[in-house]
Design a protein around this ligand. Structure first.
Ligand code: ASP
Length: 282
């Protein structure tokens, strides 16, 4: 039975520091996600669980590790997509909740909408009983360690029933303008899953929006008959060519994995039913 899983912890990794804690945590998650997929759990549940754990780790700029915007508060963005039926959900500019990806999944499953923002997203998250962060400072665990936080988080998976799913979550760019929304909660830009590929992006969101990055990976496979590796690499080359930086993780319906990036590093890991198990930053 074929399955595949890939995770990322952002393309903002810098060569001056090491990422041992992040890598060890990610390897634990890779093992856990691999076991879930091997016993037949759905790609959607696996990417939700992986993204939620990455958000809660405080090791990345998402969920608990998020950094404040220029006005000093945290605004979170997240998205999720089920490639088997193109269901999708997202939140943007969410304040005060621990797991934006849980909020995104609730938007997908409990509303007729795809994207909720700001106060509406917060009111809906409260209605759903999602865990709150009452002290906004508790978001900044990674930042307070004195080391720059780096990175959105993401998860993509192919399950043994052939379904693909993707999830992406971020605190966005450090010092972003209040109200600024990047690619992360935009279906097609920062997150995409269909019957061909599941993709999660990280990097300068404005560039990923301008090349419609995540959906373009699948489009290249569909219309240009590219391999996953060619398609994913081509999209990151577009981001780089227009002056941006970043990377993405992708899996296809055959269980291939691609993790291209144009930046100093990208915290990433993957596992496949063919026996691959890898976690790397550079
Ligand atoms: N893509 C995210 C954004 O632009 C940031 C990141 O991936 O680090 O909000």
């Amino acid at each position: 039975m074929t399955w595949a899983l890939a995770l990322h912890g952002g393309a903002g990794a810098i060569a001056e520091r090491t990422y041992k804690a992040e890598e060890a945590h990610m390897m634990g998650l890779i093992e856990q996600g691999a076991a879930m997929l091997a016993r037949g759990e759905s790609a959607l549940d696996v990417v939700t669980a992986m993204a939620e754990a990455l958000e809660a780790s405080g090791l990345h700029v998402a969920g608990k590790g998020s950094a404040p915007n220029a006005a000093g508060f945290v605004e979170l963005d997240a998205s999720i997509m089920d490639g088997s039926n193109r269901d999708a959900g997202a939140v943007a500019g969410l304040r005060g909740f621990l797991s934006p990806v849980r909020a995104a999944r609730a938007v997908m499953e409990k509303t007729h909408h795809v994207l909720l923002v700001g106060e509406g997203a917060a009111a809906f998250s409260a209605e759903q009983g999602l865990a709150r962060v009452d002290d906004p400072k508790s978001y900044y665990i990674a930042a307070e360690s004195g080391l720059p936080g780096a990175g959105t988080i993401g998860a993509v998976a192919l399950d043994t029933s052939g379904r693909l799913a993707a999830a992406t979550s971020t605190g966005g760019l450090h010092g972003k303008m209040p109200g600024r929304v990047g690619d992360t909660p935009i279906i097609g830009a920062g997150c995409w899953a269909d019957e061909r590929a599941a993709v999660s992006c990280t990097g300068l969101g404005e560039y990923f929006m301008r090349v419609n990055a995540a959906a373009d990976v699948s489009a290249r496979i569909r219309y240009a008959h590219q391999t996953l590796e060619q398609a994913a690499g081509g999209v990151i080359e577009d981001v780089r060519r227009f002056g941006g930086y970043g990377g993405l993780i992708a899996v296809d319906a055959h269980g291939n994995v691609a993790t291209p990036f144009a930046s100093q590093g990208m915290k990433r890991g993957w596992a496949t039913s063919a026996g691959a198990r890898e976690v790397k930053t550079f």
